[in-house]
Design a protein around this ligand. Structure first.
Ligand SMILES: [Zn+2]
Length: 455
């Protein structure tokens, strides 16, 4: 995701609405009145519903009907002795839960669902269960929007499919979306690298494809835009193919397919920024012409998605790294006229933070204790202070050494979850420089140190 100082109000308004919705939902939680118990015949049905949110989900296959507002989730569970599996289901209306043709016992807990507990047989083989459900529109950046896009970051996937919103959880995905009233639905039919739940998405619109060419590794890069946005797409995509090539060549192979690109999203309300729905990431129509937003979202294919964050507290490992790379890449592949204003904007932001405006902690020293929205971590702080931290390290150890550290980090953690502390370890291992004190100053402290090389 990319937030911008230029129009923060639209996002904060949308997120405030989302938080209020979540607060109402939580108030109704706790089982009881809203519980639905289903008990059906068959061998698999002897297992009562059991809460198990840790049961490993291997693959999530979704067949979504936009016209009927229904879907089938076919979910593959890893072998386990557990006789339960649980999902977040937001306000989904669960219709049937089956193992093959056998109904399973399940209970949807809470006034509007929120959690689905299912009883399943213990198994030494992967179990494939199907969940048929109805879904509702959500227009507060928390599900399927009537404007045609999905947006579930950070933890609203349950309004779209039975899911786990913990950012460290990864699953492969298969998607099929039918029934669009008009236009085309853009989505990946398969995501074969494990991805966080918020990455899976679709978007419907009358799109024109601007092909930007193919990278050295053979990845096709494009921008999908509306007919009226051709100039903005060309401007915003001007450095996207070469930036993607840089990421593949310098950090390592892309994990989410061979066709990628930006899709213009009609988020409305003057929204600015993007969302890392790889391989077809969404960029707000108002930001489509911004080279840096396009590169920022592309870089999430490596940090945030390719490597998931272990806890929301590690948000800086996703956004700080990507915000730095956005400038780092443009500084190499574009002219100073393109790259320098990108860093100048970050400098303006960090100076404002130094003067007490919008300042905070980029990297809280806990795991699983911070609500990314309610506790204020979703601000520009992890982005800006994170970028300045990496720049300080780069100025201390030299650009080739930091590049080498980022490459080592990606090769070691790709497909898994990692934390910012792992990044510090790899930087020290690869460069010989211990960045702990520098990270304390930039990321942990509430103050803002002077820009420049790490001491
Ligand atoms: Zn981002």
């Amino acid at each position: 995701m990319r937030m911008s100082m230029r129009s923060p109000t639209s996002w904060s308004a949308a997120l405030t609405t989302a938080v209020m919705t979540a607060a109402v939902a939580v108030a109704g939680c706790g089982g009881g009145a809203g519980s639905v118990m289903v008990d059906a015949g068959g061998d698999a049905a002897i297992y009562p519903p059991l809460t198990d949110l840790a049961r490993d989900v291997v693959d999530t296959t979704l067949a979504v009907d936009l016209a009927a507002r229904t879907a089938r989730a076919t979910i593959t569970l890893a072998p386990s002795t557990s006789t339960g599996v649980s999902f977040e289901i937001g306000d989904l209306a669960i219709g049937a839960v089956r193992l093959g043709d056998q109904p399973l016992q399940y209970v949807a807990t809470g006034v509007i669902g929120e959690r689905l507990d299912i009883g399943v047989p213990p198994s030494t083989e992967p179990l494939v269960i199907t969940i048929d459900y109805g879904w509702r529109y959500h227009n507060a950046s928390n599900g399927v929007a009537m404007a045609g896009y999905t947006l579930t970051w950070p933890y609203h996937c349950g309004n779209v499919f039975p899911c786990r919103s913990d950012p460290s959880d990864g699953t492969t995905f298969h998607l099929a979306v039918i029934g669009a009233a008009s236009g085309m639905a853009i989505y990946p039919p398969e995501i074969l690298g494990e991805a966080p739940s918020y990455m899976a998405a679709w978007i419907v619109g009358d799109f024109v494809r601007l092909e930007l060419g193919t990278t050295t590794a053979g990845t096709q890069v494009s921008v999908w835009h509306r007919a009226t946005e051709a100039a903005a797409a060309a401007a915003g995509g001007a450095h996207l193919r070469v930036a993607f090539d840089w990421l593949e060549q310098r950090l390592g192979p892309y994990r989410f397919g061979t066709e990628v690109g930006t899709v213009s999203a009609n988020w409305g309300g003057g929204a600015y920024g993007g969302m890392e729905h790889h391989p077809y990431w969404h960029v707000a129509a108002g930001a489509l012409s911004d080279v840096s937003v396009n590169v920022h979202e592309a870089a999430h294919g490596w940090f945030g998605n390719g490597i998931r964050i272990r806890c929301w507290e590690d948000f800086v490992l996703s956004e700080g790294t990507v915000e730095f790379l956005m400038w780092r890449i443009l500084d190499e592949v574009a002219t100073p006229a393109v790259a320098d204003p990108v860093w100048a904007r970050l400098t303006t932001e960090v100076n404002a933070m130094r003067n007490g405006q919008g300042n905070g902690v980029a990297w809280p020293q806990s795991c699983g204790q911070v609500d990314i929205l309610d506790d204020g971590l979703f601000s520009r702080v992890p982005y800006v202070k994170g970028a300045f931290f990496y720049r300080a390290v780069e100025q201390r150890v030299g650009r080739p050494m930091l590049d080498a550290a980022l490459r080592t980090f990606y090769s070691r953690h790709a497909g898994q979850a990692a934390g910012m502390s792992d990044m510090l370890d790899v930087i020290e291992e690869v460069t010989g420089f211990d960045p702990t004190t520098c990270a304390q100053a930039w990321l942990v402290a509430t103050t803002v140190p002077a820009a420049g090389a790490c001491p």
